[in-house]
Design a protein. Structure first.
Length: 134
């Protein structure tokens, strides 16, 4: 799980931010360009993590989500805005670590974070696919 969370922090969040902020970029439009960027970002992320800069896996997702929020607000698409807000909520739950039961219901903070991120991915994916289908 640690490795894949490092991959998500180093590559998945930035790639999603790139797709939202620069939808005409080759990385956002072409599978091969996205795959090259994925491997590059993962390699850089692993190298930075191994160098001892542990905050890397926390800073990069926050910066990426902030970029998503800006891009979503500029797009004025409800699905994009709600998707970005789900990501913000997921990061807040992860940062707080614990929340009162009435806030999260039957879910642990980890489960709630994962569900919020999944909802964010779904909403952002839907908004991106609706952009390309026109």
């Amino acid at each position: 799980h640690r490795f894949f969370s490092l991959v998500a922090a180093s590559a998945a969040f930035p790639l999603l931010a790139i797709a939202l902020c620069w939808p005409d970029d080759e990385t956002a439009k072409r599978d091969k360009a996205a795959a090259r960027m994925l491997f590059l970002l993962v390699a850089i992320g692993i190298a930075i993590h191994l160098s001892g800069f542990a905050l890397w896996r926390q800073i990069l997702p926050v910066v990426s989500v902030l970029m998503m929020v800006i891009a979503a607000s500029r797009s004025k698409q409800a699905a994009s805005i709600f998707g970005a807000l789900f990501f913000v909520a997921g990061l807040l739950v992860a940062a707080l670590g614990q929340a009162p039961e009435f806030v999260l219901g039957p879910f642990s903070a980890t489960q709630a974070m994962h569900y919020l991120m999944a909802a964010g991915f779904g909403m952002l994916g839907w908004s991106l696919s609706s952009r390309t289908s026109h």
